[in-house]
Design a protein around this ligand. Structure first.
Ligand SMILES: Nc1ncnc2c1ncn2[C@@H]1O[C@H](COP(=O)(O)OP(=O)(O)OP(=O)(O)O)[C@@H](O)[C@H]1O
Length: 253
């Protein structure tokens, strides 16, 4: 079943087209990577899916419902979460506090409701805590639960950023270069986490510059160049594609 449908999306900034009639289909449970040279439009694509930018043309459907003009908050509530390229965490808070805060901000009851149904809000809080502890366990972050995020090494902060997105219990997880700047060992760990996330049934859209990783783990790959999809398919087919080789290596015409 198609879970996310991006149809003919165009996004321009003062005459510059970051995305030109981009279409993309992602089925439930797939791991789809988006690759392309710098400035190709990869982050812009995540921005329109997650509601940060509104495209001038085209539409976006998630599980059959239109989200083209939904706010980032609404998109999160529908079940799409994003881990940012530039880590979006509060450095003065602990790992646990960051994850709890993310869940509260996006999913918790309103104050009025909490006041009226105190028992229900309390039960919700216990459930929130359980989800967050499970994510900490899953991402192997127990040693850092109570550590201030600002004191953690970069590779661990990247992992906490993914954990923050996961604590929203998404159906679709958007990962913007989760391995950028990591050591080889940290990268291997992150690859393992991404594969486990997919194995648990969460759909993943991955933006990644490391082509070796992309070709190894993706079900399908989309290639963007100058805001257009120039190729799409299984990794082996995309790697053989002449336009892709040209865009990446400058070979061909
Ligand atoms: N907020 C913005 N205002 C103006 N132009 C923008 C904005 N966001 C993106 N662009 C432009 O849109 C194009 C695509 O940028 P985008 O960041 O989506 O590319 P990218 O493929 O993610 O690149 P990178 O790999 O370097 O992160 C670029 O030409 C960029 O300058």
């Amino acid at each position: 079943m198609v879970q996310l449908l991006v149809e003919n999306v165009t996004l321009t900034f003062g005459g510059v087209a970051a995305l030109s009639a981009v279409s993309l289909e992602v089925r439930r449970g797939e791991l789809v990577s988006v690759i392309g040279p710098n400035g190709a439009g990869k982050t812009s694509l995540l921005n329109v899916i997650s509601g940060f930018y509104r495209p001038q043309r085209g539409r976006i459907l998630f599980e059959g419902q239109e989200i083209t003009r939904a706010s980032p908050h609404e998109v999160t509530k529908r079940g799409i979460a994003r881990a940012f390229q530039n880590i979006e965490l509060f450095s003065g808070l602990t790992v646990l506090e960051n994850l709890m805060l993310a869940r509260h901000t996006h999913l918790a009851y309103g104050l009025l409701q909490a006041g009226l149904f105190y028992g229900r809000a309390l039960a919700e809080e216990v459930a929130n805590r359980r989800v967050v502890e499970e994510v900490i366990d899953f991402m192997e972050l127990e040693p850092y639960r109570k550590a201030l995020v600002g004191n953690l090494p970069y590779g661990v902060r990247k992992r906490v950023e993914v954990a923050r997105a996961l604590s929203l219990s998404p159906k679709l997880l958007l990962l913007d270069e989760p391995m950028a700047g990591m050591t080889l060992e940290e990268k291997e760990d992150m690859v393992r986490f991404v594969l486990e996330i997919r194995a648990r049934g969460t759909t993943v859209i991955l933006i990644e510059h490391d082509l070796g990783v992309v070709m190894d783990i993706s079900d399908r790959v989309y290639v963007l160049d100058f805001g257009q999809v120039i190729a799409e398919g299984p990794p082996e087919a995309v790697a053989q594609n002449a336009r892709v080789q040209e865009a990446y290596l400058g070979v061909g015409a």
